[in-house]
Ligand binder design. Sequence first.
Ligand SMILES: NC(=O)c1ccc[n+]([C@@H]2O[C@H](COP(=O)([O-])OP(=O)(O)OC[C@H]3O[C@@H](n4cnc5c(N)ncnc54)[C@H](O)[C@@H]3O)[C@@H](O)[C@H]2O)c1
Length: 379
Amino acid sequence: MAKKIRLGILGGGGDSLIGVLHRVASFINDNYEIVGGVFNPVWEENIGFAEEIGIPTNRIYIDFDTMVAEELKLPQSERIQVVSILTPNFLHFPMAKKLIDAGFNVICEKPMTTTFEEAKILEAALEKSQTVFALTHTYTGYPMVRQMREMINQGILGNIHKVDAQYYQGWINPIVHDAELRKTTWRLDPEKAGISCCVGDIGVHAFNLIEFTTGLKIKSVLADFNYLYSDNKMDIDATMLVRVSDTVKGIVRSSQVATGEENSLTVAIYGDKAGLRWEQENPNFLYLLTDDKPVQVYKPGHAYNSDLSLDGTKLPPGHPEGIFDSMANIYKGVARAVRGEKYNSGEFPTMHDGVRGMSFIEKSVASHLSGNVWLNIEE
Ligand SMILES: NC(=O)c1ccc[n+]([C@@H]2O[C@H](COP(=O)([O-])OP(=O)(O)OC[C@H]3O[C@@H](n4cnc5c(N)ncnc54)[C@H](O)[C@@H]3O)[C@@H](O)[C@H]2O)c1
């Protein structure tokens, strides 16, 4: 086994949602060792959390700028090699830009930035630095999502004519219906979240899954948002019609007020020969649909799956793996790239996916605000 990769973490403190997913994922395939970072902007909580989870505190820094400055003083052989950015959205761009410019490899949470312009700046910076950059569209790491991509690539669906992805949650209901609580979550604050709540948070995952599984590029979007209250400036429900071409059309549905829904992310792709459907809440089942045969269910770990799918499974069939393993597969791909080993294009979402995602978010907002018009996605 090669030496462990030195990982730094920004955000993801004890108070966060996503921190534990990244920490466990980095551990799963024995590739990384967390050596430092800034878990929280409040020093006592930052250092206290590091102590609580047993990370040596000598490389827990007071803030991001200090971390970069101090790490750059260390010899390459000791310096943090990969930094995971798990902070609220508005910090992704300044952190990623500085890290890329300084030669660090980056794993960044989505949405990649808060604007398309920032995404393009980041793309240019990465081109110069030639470091590794991965965007954690977590769901692309699931073995059955990877299998779906391979089956579509093999032409099993025939000519695709319909794409449909849905991401429904209900968690924001108790917050958005309360005028005081509305002011307390960063996801409803444009200063911290960027121009969109629902599309930026979850709609972009659905968009990404359509493009990841089909290899097609969505060309244009027409959006209709719901804000529910006049003092709420951020979408909490958004429906997007999407077009790949004149004959390939579909829909991206996203909602945070779909009452009672938990993490209902579904992607369904239909062609003239067959359809494929995958649901995140039952991630180990991939349904192959045809007009003339019973539904076929593909499951992880069987030899009939593609190499990319099998690479994302660690245990024999019937041992359910889930979201931690899915994120771990992304970390595994990044480890290969950082070590200069061979890896496949589907192993982790890239800067290019982030640029397209940011255009999707911006164009969806612009479409809604312009009276629900069709707008082209840029890259
Ligand atoms: N890939 C996914 O499926 C997925 C799921 C959830 C969240 N996310 C993304 O992850 C990011 C974080 O979301 P969350 O729900 O964990 O947010 P959160 O509010 O629960 O946690 C944010 C963390 O960042 C820390 N933080 C804030 N400012 C900081 C600073 N200046 N320096 C260091 N740490 C700082 C906070 O202390 C906290 O620990 C968001 O961009 C979100 O879109 C992605």
